[in-house]
Design a protein around this ligand. Structure first.
Ligand code: OAD
Length: 233
């Protein structure tokens, strides 16, 4: 089974900002202000504005899946069911729109709202603010973006570790490996005997952890890799 972990770099050529590259999001805003529970308690309006802007960009007609998202979807649909496990740190929905049959979102989704009053989730496409009502319980003021902030536990980790122990190949695509626990997955895969591959526009300095590297834009490198696998199927 192939375990694929994607990060912001896979969506960069779809026009979505990464976090730590030149011009990345974390060079424009403070993480503590917009991506921590304490920041939300301090200034919820600011946090909502930040995610509203990102949600607006994601839902604009210019943001579409690119050749890398499409290649991963084709791979999953071509290999036997269950042969590809796709995990993303991204909060966009470009893997789903490309046609990937199953996507595990470690850091949540921009297009989902979580109600702090009733604990339920709802699809959410428009703006959110402190007066928004929860579609499930109708209470106002309890909605937050359904994304994982620093200091919070990423979603689906039990499933992720189970799949990690079963994979024979681990592929990291477009992620700097700066944020744990996702950054530790490659080490876990290696420890359980899987081969490891990094696909990135540049080496991330973690070469010791990867058996192989493919370096160049995701829209070129990912299709190059998947086409080879599909041909050898
Ligand atoms: P980063 O911004 O840390 O890293 C993006 C990676 O993508 C870098 O290694 C780039 O070299 C690479 N990259 C950029 N453009 C690329 C391209 N066209 N093709 C291939 N690679 C490219 O983003 P992530 O690693 O995804 O979490 O960040 C991980 C987490 O940190 C995010 O999920 C987010 C952030 O804080 C939370 O907010 C909880």
């Amino acid at each position: 089974m192939i375990f694929i972990l994607t990060g912001a770099g896979i969506s960069q050529e779809s026009g979505i900002d990464t976090f730590r590259d030149k011009g990345g999001l974390w060079r424009k805003v403070r993480v503590e202000d917009v991506a921590t529970p304490a920041g939300f308690r301090r200034d919820a309006a600011k946090v909502h504005r930040f995610y509203n802007q990102r949600r607006k960009e994601l839902t604009s007609s210019r943001r579409v899946p690119n050749a890398a998202h499409l290649a991963l979807a084709e791979l999953a649909l071509t290999l036997d069911r269950g042969e590809v496990f796709l995990v993303t740190q991204n909060v966009d929905d470009l893997h789903e729109r490309a046609g990937s049959p199953e996507v595990c979102h470690l850091h949540g989704s921009l297009l989902s709202a979580l109600c702090l009053n009733c604990g339920r989730r709802s699809d959410w496409k428009g703006d959110m603010d402190r007066s928004s009502s929860c579609p499930k319980c109708a209470q106002k003021g309890g909605l937050r973006p359904d994304v994982v902030w620093f200091g919070e536990r990423p979603f689906h980790f039990d499933l992720v570790y189970e799949m990690l122990s079963r994979c024979s190949l681990f592929v990291s695509i477009g992620t700097s490996g700066a944020v744990y626990p996702a950054a530790g997955l490659v080490g876990g895969a290696k420890a359980s005997g899987a081969k490891t591959l990094e696909i990135n526009v540049v080496p991330t300095g973690r070469e010791k952890l990867f058996d192989e590297g493919l370096y160049g834009p995701a829209t070129e490198m990912v299709p190059l890799w998947t086409e080879k696998l599909i041909k050898n199927k």
